[in-house]
Design a protein around this ligand. Sequence first.
Ligand SMILES: [Zn+2]
Length: 241
Amino acid sequence: MQVEIKEPRIKCYKCMRPSSSCICKHINTIQTKTRFTILMHPKEYKKEKNGTGHMTKLQLKNSEIIVGVDFTNNARVNEILNKENCSFLLYPGKDNFNLSTRKSSEVNSFMGNTPHIFILDGTWPCARKMLKLSKNLQKLKRVSFDNKIQSKFIIKQQPESLCLSTIESVYTVLNLLNKANVEQCETKHLLLPFEKMIAYQIECIINPNNKKYRPSTRREMIPKDMYKSNQQRSTIYEQEN
Ligand SMILES: [Zn+2]
């Protein structure tokens, strides 16, 4: 009798992706004045293939990841909140400070010289829940932007072009802060690991016989247009109207 032994999954513990699609060689860490704290939902932490929180952390020197759902009593989050007086929450909403439409001088005076931006990394329902539970985050000043760029994250994630992944949101925010002169950083290569990840996923669809391809991958490769459930969106950025 033959017993089939499945090949164990080998994981890269730096980018937290399967080693067959590790994106570490495409990482170009950039320095920013703005500090980003990625508040990651545990479900996002476990996600190997499509999450962009880990690569965002790797791309930004001035950033960290804190995993959790309710951050009300999270010691690290509260330490940051007590220390920083220029903390913001990136969150959609028409009443939030809109980085896309405000004048440079307004962005400057609102954000200060060294802003600290919290980002909720999880599906949209998860992000909403995180904010609903985290009393300390509710008090933060909120910033948003008009998402005019269409997400390149065509696989699975975005049922609508308004949704952006975490790394695309950070990219957009940094470009807006650059424009307002709050930030002076080079964002040219920021999306490179993300683009490589997408290219890899597209290759898996086009060439399913690729030996790196695993059948379990197939279920996740649903073209954007066929994707219907809001519950499974993996990005938090969309406009609330
Ligand atoms: Zn890696």
